[in-house]
Every structure is written in C-alpha cells, then in structure tokens.
Design a protein around this ligand. Structure first.
Ligand SMILES: Nc1nc2c(c(=O)[nH]1)N[C@H]1C(S)=C(S)[C@@H](COP(=O)(O)OP(=O)(O)OC[C@H]3O[C@@H](n4cnc5c(=O)[nH]c(N)nc54)[C@H](O)[C@@H]3O)O[C@H]1N2
Ligand SMILES: Nc1nc2c(c(=O)[nH]1)N[C@H]1C(S)=C(S)[C@@H](COP(=O)(O)OP(=O)(O)OC[C@H]3O[C@@H](n4cnc5c(=O)[nH]c(N)nc54)[C@H](O)[C@@H]3O)O[C@H]1N2
Ligand SMILES: [Mo]
Length: 734
C-alpha cells in the first residue's frame, strides 16, 4: 500500500524540464514540461478505505507543480495549444488517480491489493480459461493512445504469449474506413501523406465531416489562408470560418461526393493528363458519378445545386488544393466507400501525389497513426503488414523467435469482438489497455452487458474509467509525463514522448505489466523489454521492409531533433542515413504499377432512416473541452466546467414540437435505448437532425442510441446516424 508521504519524494526524481508532446489528439503538439518543487498535502491514505476505494483518494493530493508551455519550434502547433493541452498536467494528480491494483472480491466489491495478488489472480484465470476453452477464449482490446512501443508489445503479447487471434482496438472506431479507402486507392495508408505545414499554402481546402476548430484547434493556424469548404450537417465553429458550408442530411456524403465528381468532370475541370499518367479505373468510377447530376444530388442530400457548383468552382480554380475527410464522413456503414468517393474527387482534380496539393484523412487519437501500424489490429502485424501474408508472418515470427505457423490468423473486429464476449464460442476473458468501451463503443448498453458476461475483465488505466469500474481486476499504470516512448502523429512523423516524473508509488507502466504477466503465464519475460528504447529497437526490426518501415528511426536520431516521417528504412553503411519521407507519392503511388486507383462506388442509404416512430436523425461527435469517453478530461476541473454534462443540439422548431425549451432535460430514444441530455437550441442546425457529444457517462451516453451496423470492409460502426425521437426526460419512478 502506498505511503502517503512517499509520492513527493519519488516524483521529484528525474529532469526538471523535458521537451515532449501533448497527451491528447493526433496533432501531438510540441510542449515543454517543467517541474516546480513538489509538495504533498496528504493527510490520510484513503486508498485503503475498502468501502469505496475507487473514489475516495481525494485526501492524497500530490502537487507535482508541473507546468506546460507550447514549443514554438514545433511546426504543427507553432506555439499554440488548445484548452486541453494547457490543462493536461492536472490529470497527473487527479484526485481519484489509481494508485494500487484493485481486485473484485466474492462480495462484488473492488478492493486494493498488491501487485502480486492482482497479477497472480489474472494469470490463474487466464490459464484456466485457456486450458478449458482454447487460446481464443482470451481477448485483448487496445487503444490508439498507446505509444508505438506499447501497441507493438501488446500485439506480440496477444499472438505469442496468449496465442490468441482475438485482438483489436478502439482505432477500429476511428480510422478504419479512411485506412481501407487509402490502402485501396494509393496502396498505402498514411493519414496525411504530407506535412501539416503544407496546408498553409493552399488556396482551397475541402473538409468533409471534420470540425478541427474544436477537435484540433492548432491545425486552424495552417488553414487561415485557404478558402474552406466545410461539409457538415451542423454549422460548427469550423463551418463559421468557411467560404462555403454545405449542410447535407447525415449519411448522404457519398451522394454528395459523387455529385461533386460529376460537376468536376462535366465542367471540364478533370486533369486529363494526370488521369492518364497516374491513375487507373476512372471509367468505372465515372459510370456511377455520371448518374449523379446536381438536381438528383440536391434531392438526396439537401445541398442546393448552386452550392455544389460553388464548391467545384472553388476547387477547380485553386492552384493548390486539398480534400480532407474526418469522422463525419467516415463513421458510417458505408464509410469506406464514402472516403473512396472523396479520394475519387481528389484524383479527378489531379491533387494526390502533387506537391502543394493532396488528399488526406485527419487521424484522431494521439497515436492513431502508429497505433494502426504495429499489430494491435485484428488483421495486422507490425510495420503495417497483413497477418494473412505468408512473407509477413515469416518475417515477424523470425523477429519474435517463434514458428510462423504458431502465429494465429486474423481475429474479430472491435465491435464484433465486444459483441461476442461471453457468448458460446466467444472470448471469456478480456484485457483492456487504453480504451473505455462502456462509453465509447456503439450500442453501448449491449456492449456493457457483454462485458458483464465475461468470466474475467481486466483493465489497465490510470483513472477509474467506466470500464475499469466494472472490471474484475484493475491495474494502475503510468501516464504520459511519467513514461518514455514514441508516437506517430497525423502526418506520419515519429515523435518522442519523454519522462518528466516517476509515476506515483504503487503505479507501474504498461510495458512492465506485459512482462510481469508473460512471466506468470509461463512465457519468457525477456520477450518483453520494459525499457522503451529497447522495445522500439525491436519494433524497428519487426517493421523492416514493411509498408510502415521504421527501421531507420532511432531514439538517437529523434533526440537529435530530426523530423522523421515513415517510411524510413535503415540503410546500413550508407551516409547520410535515410531522411524519412515527409511527402509520399510524389513520383509514384504504392501499387505495383505506380498508379492510384479510382474506386467504382455507389451511394446507399444508412442502416436506418427516420420514420414515423423515430422521426429524427441523431448524429454524434465532439466538443472542444472534452476528449473521447471523457475519462481524462472530465477529471480536469477547468474542462469539466466548460462542458459539464451531456447536451443535445436541436433546432428551435424541432424542440418546440417536442415541447422542449433551451436548458430542459430531453430524452432521446432510438431502437436501442434512451439517453438524457440538456437541450441546447441551435437555429443553424438542420430541422431533421439532432447532435450529441459522446463524452459523457451513465444515462448521458450518446452510444446508448447508436446501433450495430458496420461497414462491410472496414467494420466501422455507424456512429454518425441513428433514427431517434426526442421528448421530455421524466425521472423514472423510484
Ligand atoms: N476536443 C476534442 N478533440 C478531439 C477529440 C475529442 O474527443 N475531443 N478526439 C480526437 C479523435 S480520436 C478524433 S477521431 C478526432 C475527430 O475529429 P472530427 O472528425 O473533427 O470530430 P467529430 O466531432 O467526431 O466529427 C466531425 C463533424 O462531423 C459532423 N457530422 C456528423 N454526421 C455527419 C455526416 O453524416 N456527414 C458529415 N459530412 N458530417 C457529419 C459532426 O457534426 C461534426 O461536427 O478528434 C480528435 N480531437
Ligand atoms: N457516438 C460516438 N462514439 C464514438 C465516436 C463518435 O464520434 N461518436 N468516436 C470514436 C472514436 S473516433 C474513438 S477514437 C473512440 C475512442 O474511445 P475510447 O477508447 O473510449 O477513448 P478514450 O476515452 O481515449 O479512452 C482511453 C482510456 O484509456 C486510458 N489510457 C490513456 N492512455 C493510456 C495508456 O497509455 N495506457 C493505458 N493502459 N490506458 C491509457 C484513458 O484514461 C481512458 O480511460 O470513440 C469512438 N466512439
Ligand atoms: Mo478517433
């Protein structure tokens, strides 16, 4: 049990200042962290209070006095930080920080235990379940916020030590549609195949379903010169800055993108030379787009013909232009085809692979890019290799010192995995590292019941997230400023996260946990380095020769300040070393013939559309002050004051029909369930659509509404469309 006097002493060890990056989104803004004098105002160590161990550590307040400043020299944020970044140090000493492992007793209560007791209990249960039901009875759920080193070793741990195929991660809910479209079109998926700073010289930027003014505020510094075209059913802060705002019905972006392609070609704006020299498949794609004349597009999407024409005019007259997609266009049961349709538009205009122009998707999580490259995805091995590719299996198995035939094949995708938990033939144990699916998974009521049906749920986290609260074992781990590692930002640049503080006593890091578990499961602990640089050096070897080749990247080069974007292969004996690849595709795309491929895609409606019973669309997304499931930002006082509770944005006419006024509590109901949210009237919203942020727990969970429809290729859930009705919230009778 932790000694309340100890934290200050331990946490004052180490450097007094480090250059590192923000713990939140994929911009990974450069920051400098400074440590003042640590003080402790600890009275009693209430972590030992068995009655409510998860919530009553408030008396142990270690003021590490960490301050954060933006790094003016880092090109992505150029001295800027959003409110989340400025307040990030508050989370290091949040009152209910997990400081000791917790184990659920026979009476159903979570109680503090020591590490040996917790890990022995996990290992014994895993061994028993594996013996009784086979290796796929144990599943792993990772996260796009984990460092490259953690994501890599988590994938290795699943495939080698557990021998399970059942691993996927929350990035499936994030990047998978754009990744599938990018791989198909270009032969390679890197969110932005160019540095963020290139956007600064653009004349026109089309943002399809992205609201960076709230989700990536420092990115806006690179978009202030361009004419922005924003496609969003809401008039967001980003839309307010736009030259043109197209406000489609949710779930109709594919029709709109086909229509924009139609007008581009019909207006003579297609780049014929580029099409002939650098692409294939235009004719098949055009066959579909030819039928999407502007009046038909207006009928399906609600976007006026004149606005469609204006959008194409802005793109066509730009000498430098970008088409960027965000989650608004991608999180649909047709997200892959929709992203592909926007790629088609960019290709017709001749943008991708041309300096100063391009297509990109705005990657979301801190390590959303690296997290999808190093093997925590069900179908992938490190280096962005396919787990079904025999050559990839042989290479990675050799690095891991195992027989390629011993590596499992592809497992279930994130939602399918959660949906199978505790069913016949489904996993009976789940280890969660870096995700909070009770809040963030679609159809969250159902997912929470599936988690409850497990024989064993283990959650490693630094706060008692909603998922940790229902776990059987909770493992307290280090966070951001307490660890070393690398993350890969949205432009494919590999960045160093640096340790300023030791974690509080009693807290270990994820790498240590994997090693300790491997040892207890009878595997060789030496397979799991606890030193981040050693883990990275192994990752380099595993990635060598793969699409995301990191072999030429080293801590030494990163620490010397080199800006390294993958691929960056090692070039033994050659000087200078490979400089990395800030801009992809300038000479050729990554397909064997060097050409980008158009996709022959057709519009289709979302899985459900409003009808008499469920007359409105509900769509979901983010607000500036909260991050994801809110597990982190709801614990930062300043952020929580800015966005304290679930709200629903609704047009005043729609609200009136439901008998609701501004500030009322509304009940929003879909075929899955109901959620409770405070009414916020928005006269600029479509009258057929309401919007809910998904950051809030309990009855405020937007994901109580979302359904189980998945994109057939990416397995992305349809977070952005549910059919709902809205009325007053009545407290259920006691
Ligand atoms: N403050 C904050 N910043 C974040 C995050 C956060 O949680 N909070 N999360 C990070 C992560 S992981 C991600 S993935 C990114 C996401 O960044 P964004 O993609 O910008 O975020 P969202 O709010 O999910 O969706 C963007 C917009 O899509 C719109 N939209 C909804 N339905 C549709 C539709 O059918 N079509 C179109 N065209 N638009 C639609 C919504 O109104 C919303 O304004 O943000 C990152 N940054
Ligand atoms: N309705 C709706 N739902 C959505 C979305 C939407 O737009 N609408 N967006 C989806 C998207 S794009 C995303 S990315 C997901 C994100 O959904 P979540 O997976 O819920 O994301 P986070 O809230 O970031 O959860 C990360 C958890 O891991 C912990 N954590 C952070 N870093 C570490 C670490 O290094 N190690 C360990 N062990 N734990 C760590 C945090 O404290 C937190 O509890 O949500 C998806 N869900
Ligand atoms: Mo995301």
């Amino acid at each position: 049990m932790s000694d309340p006097a100890a934290p200050a002493r331990d946490r004052s060890a180490g450097p007094s200042s480090v250059a590192t990056h923000c713990p939140y989104c994929a911009l990974q803004c450069g920051t400098r962290l400074d440590r003042g004098d640590a003080t402790t105002d600890a009275t009693t160590d209430t972590t030992t209070n068995a009655a409510a161990p998860v919530t009553t550590t408030a008396a142990v307040t270690v003021t590490a006095a960490v301050t954060v400043r933006p790094d003016p020299g880092f090109p992505v944020n150029r001295g800027g930080l959003c409110q989340k970044g400025w307040t990030a140090p508050a989370l290091l000493d949040t009152a209910d920080r997990l400081r000791t492992p917790l184990l659920r007793g026979a009476d159903g209560e979570l109680r503090p235990v020591d590490w040996d007791t917790a890990l022995d209990a996990v290992a014994a249960a895993l061994l028993r379940l594996r013996a009784a039901h086979g290796p796929d009875a144990v599943a792993v759920f990772g996260g796009g916020g984990l460092t490259n080193e953690k994501a890599y070793l988590l994938g290795k741990f699943a495939r080698v030590t557990l021998g399970t195929s059942q691993i996927d991660y929350n990035g499936r809910f994030c990047m998978s549609s754009a990744a599938a479209a990018g791989n198909a079109a270009f032969g390679l998926d890197r969110g932005l195949p160019f540095p963020v700073t290139d956007l600064g010289a653009a004349d026109t930027v089309l943002l399809a379903g992205a609201n960076p003014a709230e989700t990536m505020p420092p990115l806006m510094r690179h978009l202030d010169r361009a004419d922005l075209i924003v496609i969003d059913p809401r008039r967001t802060r980003t839309a307010e800055l736009a030259a043109l705002h197209l406000q489609p019905e949710p779930g109709t972006d594919l029709a709109l993108a086909l229509g924009l392609l139609h007008l581009t070609v019909a207006g003579g704006h297609a780049d014929k030379e580029y099409l002939a020299a650098r692409t294939s498949g235009f004719d098949d794609a055009w066959r579909h787009a030819a039928a999407w004349w502007p009046e038909r597009v207006e009928q399906v999407t609600g976007v006026p013909v004149a606005a469609q024409r204006e959008a194409v005019a802005l793109l066509a007259r730009a000498s430098r232009a970008y088409v960027l997609t965000g989650r608004g266009a991608e999180q649909h049961s047709k997200g892959t085809d929709t992203a592909a349709a926007f790629v088609n538009l960019a290709l017709a205009l001749g943008l991708p692979g041309r300096e100063g122009s391009g297509y990109g998707c705005l990657t979301g999580q801190g390590n959303g890019q690296g997290g999808r490259e190093h093997g925590q995805k069900a179908d992938q091995l490190p280096g962005y290799r396919q787990i079904t590719d025999p050559a990839a299996r042989a290479h990675v198995a050799a690095v891991w010192g195992v027989d390629p035939d011993a590596l499992p094949g592809p497992g279930r995708s994130a939602y399918e995995l959660l949906d199978a938990l505790g069913t016949d033939g489904g996993p009976r144990a789940l280890l969660v590292f870096g995700a909070n699916p009770v809040v963030s998974a679609p159809n969250a009521g159902h997912v929470t019941r599936r988690l409850g049906a497990l024989d064993l749920l283990v959650v490693a986290d630094f706060v008692p997230s909603e998922t940790a609260r229902i776990a059987d074992v909770v493992l307290p781990v280090a966070q951001w400023a307490e660890e070393d590692g690398t993350l890969t930002n949205l432009e494919g640049r590999i960045l160093r996260r640096r340790r300023l503080l030791d974690p509080p006593p009693g807290v270990r890091d994820d790498l240590w946990v994997l090693r300790a578990l491997a040892a207890r499961l009878g595997d060789d602990p030496a397979r799991y380095p606890v030193d981040a640089e050693r883990a990275f050096d192994e990752l380099r070897r595993a990635s060598r020769g793969g699409p995301a080749d990191y072999s030429g990247v080293s801590y030494r080069r990163l620490d010397a300040g080199e800006a390294l974007h993958w691929p960056c292969p090692e070039t033994p004996g050659r000087r200078p070393a490979h400089p990395g690849t800030p801009r992809l595709f300038l000479d050729r795309f990554a397909h064997p013939d060097g050409r980008a491929r158009f996709a022959a895609v057709e519009h289709r409606p979302p899985a459900e559309r409003p009808d008499e019973r469920w007359p409105l669309y509900a769509t979901t997304g983010r607000v500036l002050a909260q991050y994801q499931s809110g597990a982190q930002t709801r614990r930062v006082a300043e952020l929580n004051a800015a966005a304290p509770e679930a709200h629903v944005e609704i047009h005043p006419d729609t609200a009136r029909r439901a008998g609701l006024e501004d500030g009322d509590l509304a009940r929003i109901t879909s075929a899955r369930g109901s959620t409770r949210a405070r009414v916020r009237l928005d006269p600029a919203l479509r009258t057929d659509t309401v919007f809910l942020p998904f950051h809030f727990p309990g009855t405020g969970r937007a994901n109580l509404l979302t359904g189980d429809a998945l994109d057939p290729r990416s397995r992305m859930p349809e977070f952005k469309v549910s059919a709902v009705r809205v009325d007053r919230w009545e407290e259920p009778a006691p």
